[in-house]
Design a protein around this ligand. Structure first.
Ligand code: NAP
Length: 337
């Protein structure tokens, strides 16, 4: 059986915010799987902020997207053709050949998922690198200690909505989150266990943060960079720990803004600023997934998704996520599991 796949390609490198004209949805025939290969019908695709960096020319910690080639990213799907022993038709797998309907893969590049533990798409969010980023940041990069005050930016997003809840489970006394707009601020407190919410779009971020954290903050998970990092440095306590996870506020910048102008505060406050890459923490997967699956089952961990339907809307989903159109993990659904 042969398959035809619609796939997203980058056709020109975006300057500033990506535009639809920088991309094309093309149709390609999927080759038959050779020995040791499989064809996967993707059911869910992940769109993530780091993909913006891959649209630029030049190396980052992950290779750039090449012009005129199908883009890649995390996806889950079902094996529909197999030349590989041990990967039968119908198996549900995760892999990195997203942005397309069908993927031809070496079986070794696919990870079989336990869908009894959680639905397949959870492995793109709370049980995948998203949840692991939150967990590893709080366990390793900027370890949270009993009684700490923790601040998380991008708090209503995929990493942030999990991070606040995990911080509480790991002993934080108080968790403060920032997000854009009053509705997200409400959800931080009502849905994601934050004690205080800061709506950064309402202005005066340092003032709002100081009000939410009158005793200062001990741990900061930085998903945003720029103004958020500056405000957090101002509010940090002695020996504070900062996990530099992402800097989404500058991903579309055509010229990098100057760094936080209050960095010398880190000297007197003995602040540790540490970059984190989830790829360094895969050793924590068994420990994290076992715990998180239990918390999902007993209802003590809430993992929301914002779902966009259809391969033709994958780019819209990505652009919307970059502008804050998501709460929880932004996903594209191609088919029900
Ligand atoms: P996400 O938070 O689900 O989505 C991105 C969010 O960024 C949007 O919903 C939007 O929320 C916010 N945002 C956009 N522009 C902003 C701005 N100028 N200022 C403040 N917030 C802005 O994405 P995610 O997948 O969880 O990723 C969050 C961060 O973690 C990103 O920086 C990403 O690169 C990073 N990350 C790093 C690693 C790693 O290994 N280091 C792994 C995963 C993710 P609002 O509506 O609140 O603005």
């Amino acid at each position: 059986m042969t398959f035809t796949s619609r796939e997203w390609q980058l056709t020109s490198r975006p300057v500033g915010e990506p535009a639809p004209a920088d991309f094309a949805l093309v149709t390609a025939a999927v080759p038959e799987p050779g020995p040791g290969q499989i064809v996967v019908r993707n059911t869910w695709l992940s769109v993530d902020p780091y993909m913006r960096g891959r649209m630029n020319e030049g190396p980052s910690y992950i290779p750039q997207f090449e012009l005129g080639e199908t883009m890649t990213g995390s996806a889950v799907g079902v094996v529909v053709a197999s030349g590989a022993d041990g990967l039968p038709l119908g198996a549900t797998v995760a892999h990195f050949a997203g942005w397309r309907e069908y993927a031809l893969l070496d079986a070794a590049a696919a990870q079989v998922l336990d869908t009894a533990l959680a639905p397949a798409q959870a492995y793109l969010g709370v049980l995948g690198t998203t949840g692991l980023t939150a967990y590893a940041s709080l366990k390793d990069t900027a370890p949270v200690r009993e009684g700490d005050v923790v601040f998380v930016s991008g708090a209503a997003g995929a990493v942030g909505s999990i991070a606040g809840q995990l911080a509480k489970k790991l002993g934080a006394a108080k968790v403060i989150g920032s997000a854009g707009g009053p509705e997200k601020a409400r959800r931080l407190v009502e849905d994601y266990g934050y004690d205080k919410a800061v709506d950064y779009r309402a202005g005066d971020l340092p003032g709002r943060l100081a009000k939410a954290a009158p005793a200062g903050i001990d741990v900061y998970l930085d998903n945003v960079g720029g103004d958020h990092l500056q405000a957090a440095l101002g509010a940090m306590n002695l020996n504070g720990r900062v996990a530099l996870i992402g800097a989404i506020s500058v991903y579309n910048a055509t010229e990098l803004p100057p760094g936080p102008n209050n960095l010398p505060l880190a000297i007197g406050k003995r602040i540790t600023l540490r970059g984190m890459n989830v790829g360094d923490h895969f050793g924590l997967v068994p420990e994290y997934v076992a715990q998180a699956a239990g918390w999902l089952k007993d209802g003590s961990l809430r993992a929301d998704e914002t779902v966009v339907d259809g391969i033709e809307h994958t780019l819209d989903a990505f652009l919307s996520m970059m502008r804050g159109g998501n709460t929880g993990k932004m996903l594209v659904r191609l088919a029900q599991n």
